[in-house]
Each structure stands twice: as C-alpha cells, then as structure tokens.
Ligand binder design. Structure first.
Ligand SMILES: Cc1ncc(COP(=O)(O)O)c(C=O)c1O
Length: 379
C-alpha cells in the first residue's frame, strides 16, 4: 500500500520521496522569520493586532507592490492587490465568488491534482484541456469552447505542476483575447513564477490584468514558508472590488493581517529577495543533479524536458509501462513519486510520472534516481 505523509511529516529514515512538492526543511528559514518578527514587534501598534483592512494592510500591499514590480519587471499597483491565505484558499475563494455549482471550469491536462478537489468542492464540472511544452494550446481551447461555456480557466502558466512547462507570452495574450470574447475568467496560479533558474519566464498574468478577465494568485509558500499561509490576488479594480464582497472578509477583515506584517518586514529588510536568490541557486543545482542522474541511468528508457524553473520533472515512460503499477512497487525500494494519473482530470496519463527535486540535496537525488532505475529495470 502507498505510504501517505501528512504535510509536516519528514519521510521515514532512508526513504527518498520525490512525491513531496515542498521545500526541504533547511530552506524554511527560521532566521528570516525571527528577524522580520522582531522588527515588527519592535514597531508594533495595538491596531496592528486588529482585524486589518479588507484588502490587506496598506503598508503590506505597498511593500508587496514594490516587490512584485522588481520581481515581475512591470509596475504593480497596491490597489490591484488583496491578501489571501495562499493559492489553495485563493482558488476556493475565487470559486465561491465567481462560480456556481454546475458551472464548467477548464483546467490544463495535466494540472495540480490538489486543485481538482477544491474545484469539485464547489460542484464544478472539470474539463481538462491538453497542453504541450509551450503551455496551453489555443486550438484545443477553441475546440472545447465550441462545446462548453466555462466560468473560469484555471492555469499554472509558469513551470506548471506537474510538467514544468511554461505558456509562452503569445499564447497568454491569445488566451486573454478568448477570455474576453467568450466571457470567462483566467485564474492564473503563479506560485512558481519567481522560481526560474535560467532565463526569466514570460510576463506574469499578474502584470496583464487590463482586460478585466484575469485573476492572478501569488503565494509566499514556495518562496518563503508554506506555514505562513499568506498569498495575494492581483487583478483589475472591478474584480478586486467584487472579491472584497466575500462574506468571510466582511466578517473577519484582512485574511491574514498578523502574518502580512511579518512578510512586510521580510520584504522591506531585503530578506525575501536575498532568500529568493538563495532558493534559485539551490534549486538550480538540484535540477541539474536530477537531470544528470536521469541522463546517466535512465537516458535510454525515459524521456523528459529539463525544467527551467519550479519544482518538477515530468517523465514519459516507455510504451506499456504504467506509473500506477510502478508506484505500488516503489515502497519496497524506499522510493516515492507521484504517478501521472493523479494530475489527469480524466484518469489518464498513466505512462507519466512526476519527480520533485525541491526536497532533497544532490546526493539524495542521485541515490533516488538510482532506485527509480532499479525499480524500472525490475519492472
Ligand atoms: C500549482 C500549485 N498551486 C498551489 C499550491 C499550494 O499553494 P499554497 O500553499 O499557496 O496554498 C501548490 C503547492 O504545491 C502548487 O503546486
């Protein structure tokens, strides 16, 4: 039986679990949180512990706007931002406000498997649209639009989970045009946008919101700490206004007032940007270690594209090989990974598997790839 892990559990001693799409513990920086928290507490005023403004504390949204301006290379405005509890909550929230049960949602095929449950919780009809190495395929979307009328298109445009593929800028613009002509919202999960290890990805959807049909979701989970449960929505003023009518905000104010102060200091003290540089350097080494190891022991058996960012390798198995069957045997090799079928909204993609390189140092990555090679050789 497949071993399951809770979010806080470290893999059992000796196990290499490439299924974990989380930063490794030494990349969760207690010193940064300590410095930012101390600076905040030093300056804190009683109202900093109140509910906070609906869209988020203006000092935070201004600091975030400046951070996004530097990271995305396009001017971001604080009025285009609102605080969330990270992208999982933001997606749930967007579904609450902008969909109703029975509506259709387009997702990429493959897409982030845990998003399926969030969408299903809202009674949405999930339709998967195939993607390729260049991201979403406009012709496929047009075909699907002849049959369906989606309320939203959920996309992971940069370094998609699980494929690592990135949608080109031209396709992003074509998708925006389609969203206008067919009246649906683009919900862009940009959780990996800042984690690029070679060249910059195309412009973030967060910087392309003029159409009034784009909601970009960003998160501190992959760039600082998932435990902060802090993220943001970047969108056009009318959509932000609509989102702020959310009953939860009406009752509870800013979705994460306290933690947003800590993040504000992490940004203002330059700690967040230094940490991003550290993450990019560290993850780049892990990508290259995994790519080299795969090439040397599985280069003739599997095919893949080396990811340019994000957390994942997406591997194609030879014809007739089934990743679910391999996964069932992997425990006896003290190995974990995610079979491709988990990322399919149609129960397909059985001859793919996803390896995450975010959790392990290079030696463990090499060791784990050796185990995978043995598992595949033993069939
Ligand atoms: C595509 C994608 N979206 C969202 C999340 C979770 O984001 P958050 O921690 O901000 O809820 C993940 C984490 O694996 C992810 O890969």
């Amino acid at each position: 039986m497949t071993k399951t892990l809770t979010f806080d559990e470290t893999p059992p001693e000796g196990t290499i679990n490439f299924g974990l799409g989380q930063p490794s513990p030494e990349l969760l920086s207690v010193p940064i949180i300590k410095k930012a928290s101390e600076a905040f507490i030093q300056d804190a005023r009683p109202l900093d512990l109140n509910y906070g403004s609906a869209a988020g504390d203006p000092r935070f949204t201004h600091a975030l706007a400046e951070f996004l301006t530097r990271e995305y290379g396009v001017k971001a405005d604080a009025s285009s931002l609102m605080v969330t509890n990270g992208n999982s909550q933001a997606l749930d929230f967007v579904c609450t406000i902008f969909t109703k049960p029975g509506d259709t949602v387009f997702v990429e095929e493959p897409s982030y498997f845990l998003a399926f449950k969030i969408l299903a919780d809202h009674g949405l009809n999930i339709v998967g649209i195939p993607i390729d190495e260049d991201g979403i395929i406009i012709e496929e979307i047009k075909k699907a639009l002849e049959i369906h009328k989606p309320s939203i298109f959920y996309t992971i445009p940069s370094f998609n989970n699980p494929t690592g593929y990135t949608t080109s800028e031209a396709r992003r613009r074509e998708l925006i045009a389609l969203s206008q002509s067919h009246d649906f919202l683009i919900v862009a999960d940009e959780v990996y946008q800042m984690l690029s290890y070679y060249e910059d990805p195309p412009m973030a959807f967060g910087s392309m919101t003029e159409s009034g049909t784009v909601i970009s979701m960003g998160s501190f989970s992959k760039i600082l700490s998932p435990g902060m449960r802090l993220g943001w929505i970047q969108s056009s003023p009318s959509l932000i206004q609509k989102a702020l009518e959310y009953g939860v905000i009406n009752s509870g104010g800013s979705l994460n007032h306290y933690t947003s102060h800590i993040a504000r200091y992490a940004i203002e003290l330059g700690l967040q940007e230094d940490h991003l540089v550290h993450l990019r350097t560290t993850f780049k080494k892990r990508v290259e270690a995994m790519d080299d190891a795969l090439t040397s022991v599985l280069g003739d058996t599997l095919s893949w594209q080396r990811p340019k960012g994000g957390y994942f390798f997406w591997l194609t198995l030879p014809d007739g090989m089934d990743a679910d069957e391999l996964r069932a045997k992997a425990d006896s090799y003290d190995l974990g990974f995610q079979p491709g079928s988990r990322f399919s909204s149609r129960g397909k993609l059985k001859h793919f598997l996803r390896l995450s390189f975010s959790y392990y140092w290079e030696d463990d990555i090499r060791d784990g790839v050796e185990r995978l090679s043995k598992l595949i050789a033993d069939g």
